[in-house]
Write a protein that binds this ligand. Structure first.
Ligand SMILES: *[C@@H]1O[C@H](CO)[C@@H](O)[C@H](O)[C@H]1NC(C)=O
Length: 129
């Protein structure tokens, strides 16, 4: 599925995977490449990709995470500066991970594709800010 048009239209990614969390983290990486902050569960791949309070906000999986997630959504929904800062840091983080070559070909090819889209996207949207 091509997610680029959806990512281009939203302000925040909520990655509320339960149980083992998200294993590979493709959508999380894609969102960050689109300079979106991520509200994710502290589980699985999400935890390794999202830096709590820097590139997004993490909440615990299960019942304990429900209220923190709700308050994190409100926090970001009402704070454009925080969204922008976290989004930018997330973009830098995935780019760094990409450049470090510490990862599999699979991640590398996803990122190459997404960063390409993100670049095109930011070129077309920066002009209206
Ligand atoms: C993320 O940071 C917030 C703010 O310090 C904290 O309340 C929350 O427990 C942290 N989340 C996790 C999953 O550690």
């Amino acid at each position: 599925m091509k997610v680029a048009p959806y990512l281009a239209a939203i302000d925040v990614l909520v990655q509320n995977s339960q149980a083992r969390g998200e294993c590979f983290g493709r959508i999380t990486i894609e969102a960050m490449a689109f300079k979106l902050p991520v509200l994710g569960t502290a589980a699985g791949g999400t935890m390794e990709i999202v830096v709590n309070r820097t590139t997004g906000l993490l909440h615990h999986a299960g019942k304990d995470g429900v209220l923190p997630l709700a308050s994190n959504i409100v926090k970001l929904a009402t704070n454009m500066e925080m969204r922008r800062t976290m989004g930018k840091k997330g973009y830098e983080r995935v780019k760094e991970m990409f450049l470090e070559h510490h990862m599999s070909h699979r991640i590398a090819s996803v990122l190459r594709e997404v960063l390409q889209h993100a670049k095109i996207h930011s070129r077309t949207t920066n002009s209206d800010h």
